[in-house]
Design a protein. Structure first.
Length: 577
């Protein structure tokens, strides 16, 4: 699909083209927001016919990488991902990195997220197994081997120190290891070590012992065991997405053990569901999502499924946790990039027409569940970084039921009344606490209504000079006072990224406070509701009657007989519980 300028904005595939197009041009009410936007920009389209669905998937992936259409979710790196290749067609096969997978009889392991990832794996394999890393033609007639032979990193086939069959055994162990079958590798090494010891080849036996020990040590460091009952080969994939970016976490499980993990970034429309993003990732990362195509790649059966229960479900929860944590860590690293922060502050100053760069920003959020335990949060970012010592929490006291606007007003009134007092009565020693610091920008989590509530508070307190804005989560729109139209920053905007980070932090801080209050309120006993019975008398009652049920079954006279209690207190207690 192309826009009026001829640029490709979307690439898709269809078994029946007529049906696919009809789905785009029906009633707009039946389309999701992303599709409505895409159709509004659509000016022309062209199509290509393929013989099979597998060919269509491959072509779709190629075109997405070539054109990078805005309305397609895509891997952030448009490269072909690297593999480790063992070329079995060679007399003395090597292990090397390749970016193409072909039906040439070779064994391919991967794909890996980056050249760095695959090099780490190759370095590990090279340390464990003495295969050759040179590219020379092996004749077995070289006068002496290279240094790798003497440090036990090669068996020296170039100098005739290992026959083709002996070298093939090394390569076989490499393949077994990359498949995750370390038990068979260590078993073979143990047999060779014992045979060498019996033949009094103690130096060779020691080398084999060290090699076996290194593999066993590596095996012990694999901390995730998927299934102790059966051997399992699978890749577990999870996503964590926030606004304009998505972190994809992949765990590689071979023979029931975690042999590696990798992460990737996806970019594109933020409206897509996680399932759609995973489908696009699988198609682009593995070249196609068809089980038949994957079967031909693997040389055996492949099944794609989403586990709902059991050990594989537990594994997926671990992967999901890693995806969420990975995205969070990525955001923390971004906050430590001074160039990105300064760019974001400058962009905010320009886009929001601020009098100065917003070095100190305060963000406010309200949290509740069905009107219970209403709380508010204030988080502070200084030069784009969290200033946690200035964070504040508010219990909303004067609002009944669910009223976000009233709750926001109460919180802001309490905070900025303190600021007004600090301005009117400055400390004689010049000391200023966090309540007395004037923010460069106040961000409200919400839409126009929340902004109006905040604006009303500022006008009432005479602080209308403080810049205000609100960030509505649904469309990531920014609202400012006296401007009816929202400000929509580009999805890759550094300023938007920073505002989202602050908003999410305010939400997290409010939610954590809300959970603490709910936890405390759930632990309260009806005894705590009786005026005149404090912790000491409560302990005396529980010591005497054993439990709340015991107190309920006791008579007024029995309760009044407890040291420190009176008959009137006993009557009130019985009426309450």
């Amino acid at each position: 699909m192309k826009n009026a300028g001829g640029a490709v904005i979307y690439v898709g595939k269809a078994a029946v083209l007529r049906n696919r197009l009809r789905s785009y041009f029906g009633s707009p009410a039946g389309l999701d927001r992303k599709t409505r936007r895409m159709v509004s920009e659509l000016a022309d389209f062209e199509y290509i016919v393929t013989d099979t669905e597998a060919e269509a998937l491959i072509l779709e992936n190629t075109l997405i990488k070539r054109h990078r259409p805005y309305f397609n979710v895509r891997l952030k790196d448009d490269k072909t991902y690297p593999y480790l290749k063992v070329d079995l067609a060679e007399d003395f096969p090597r292990v090397y990195i390749t970016r193409g997978v072909h039906k040439d009889g070779a064994r391919y392991f991967g794909p890996f997220a980056s050249a760095g990832s695959v090099r780490k794996s190759m370095d590990l394999v090279k340390k464990l197994f003495p295969y050759r890393s040179c590219t020379k033609k092996i004749t077995g007639t070289d006068p002496r081997p290279c240094l790798e032979y003497y440090i036990h990193r090669c068996v020296g086939p170039c100098a005739g120190l290992a026959s083709q069959d002996e070298y093939a055994e090394v390569v076989k162990q490499v393949i077994l290891f990359l498949e995750g079958n370390t038990e068979m590798v260590t078993g073979q090494l143990r047999d060779k070590m014992e045979a060498a010891a019996e033949d009094l080849e103690f130096e060779r036996a020691a080398v084999l012992r060290d090699q076996m020990g290194a593999i066993q040590k590596f095996e012990e460091e694999r901390t995730v065991k998927v299934d102790s009952g059966r051997l399992t080969d699978l890749d577990a994939i999870a996503v964590s997405n926030a606004a304009n970016e998505t972190w994809v976490e992949v765990f590689f499980i071979r023979r029931g053990k975690l042999i590696g993990r990798d992460h990737f970034f996806m970019e594109g429309p933020q409206d897509d569901e996680p399932g759609e993003i995973i489908a696009q990732f699988v198609q682009q990362f593995y070249a196609t999502a068809l089980e038949d195509f994957l079967r031909s790649r693997r040389g055996g059966a492949v099944r794609l499924y989403r586990p709902q229960r059991g050990e594989n479900r537990q594994l997926m929860e671990v992967v999901v946790t890693n995806a969420i944590e990975g995205l969070a860590q990525h955001r923390v690293k971004w906050l430590n990039r001074s160039d990105a922060i300064q760019g974001a502050l400058t962009e905010l100053e320009e886009e929001l027409s601020l009098p100065t760069a917003p070095r100190r920003m305060e963000c406010y959020d309200v949290s509740h569940i069905q009107g219970s335990n209403l709380v508010g949060s204030m988080v502070v970012f200084d030069d784009g970084k969290p200033r946690t010592r200035d964070y504040r929490r508010f219990k909303i006291k004067a609002v009944e039921g669910v009223d976000d606007y009233a709750s926001m007003k109460e919180m802001l009134t309490r905070r900025f009344k303190r600021l007004s007092q600090a301005i009117a009565n400055p400390d004689p020693d010049g000391k200023v606490d966090t309540w007395g610091v004037l923010p460069d920008l106040v961000i409200i989590d919400g839409g126009k209504g929340h902004l109006s509530a905040a604006q009303e508070v500022m006008l009432h307190l005479g602080l209308e000079q403080i810049p205000l804005c609100s960030l509505a989560k649904e469309n990531e729109e920014i609202f400012v006072p006296h401007t009816p139209e929202s400000i929509v920053l580009p999805r890759d905007s550094q300023a938007l990224y920073l505002m989202q980070r602050i908003r999410d932090e305010a939400h997290r801080f409010a939610i954590s406070f809300h959970r603490n209050l709910r936890s405390k309120s759930s632990l309260k006993s009806p005894i705590d509701m009786v005026t005149g019975i404090g912790p000491k008398r409560k302990r005396m009652l529980l010591r005497r009657f054993g439990s709340l049920q015991g107190i309920k079954e006791a008579t007024v006279e029995d309760i009044a007989a407890v040291p420190g209690l009176t008959r009137s207190l006993a009557v009130r207690l019985k009426q309450t519980i």
